[in-house]
Design a protein around this ligand. Structure first.
Ligand code: CO
Length: 130
């Protein structure tokens, strides 16, 4: 009896480890619901950076990305905001409320200055590197 116990424990541990591995495989293979827009690893084209709009400000106000990367602005403020390039790019979002977002994919290296036209002083910068 006593001599068999360690063997049983070992078998049990193997079975548990095996189940864990199977679970991981299932998780990967299962058709997951679409990832959030900000998911940093799921962009086929390039990287992804999120800028939050909160307390009438962009956070972070300065980001550095690479050509091909996508910047997503997400409004988490009680106020509506927009995103309008002033220099270095040509994007202009509609005004969107809390929960809304806007995306821009950087296509050339340089510095982009942008603002929210609704709130003087609400401005940000994107440095796009090769
Ligand atoms: Co604003």
């Amino acid at each position: 009896m006593l001599r068999k116990l360690p063997v049983l424990l070992a078998v049990g541990a193997l079975a548990i480890a095996g189940c864990g591995g199977d679970d991981d495989g299932d998780d990967t293979a299962a058709p997951a619901s679409p990832p959030p827009a900000a998911s940093p690893t799921e962009q086929a084209d390039g990287g992804s950076t999120t800028v939050t709009m909160k307390d009438i400000a962009f956070a972070p106000a300065q980001v550095t990305v690479k050509v091909g990367d996508t910047v997503t602005w997400r409004n988490e403020d009680s106020a509506p905001h927009n995103v309008v390039a002033e220099q270095g790019a040509d994007f202009k979002s509609d005004t969107f409320e809390k929960g809304g977002s806007y995306r821009f994919t950087a296509r050339k290296a340089g510095t982009i200055d942008y603002v929210c036209t609704l709130h003087p002083g609400m401005e940000g910068e994107i440095t796009v590197e090769r």
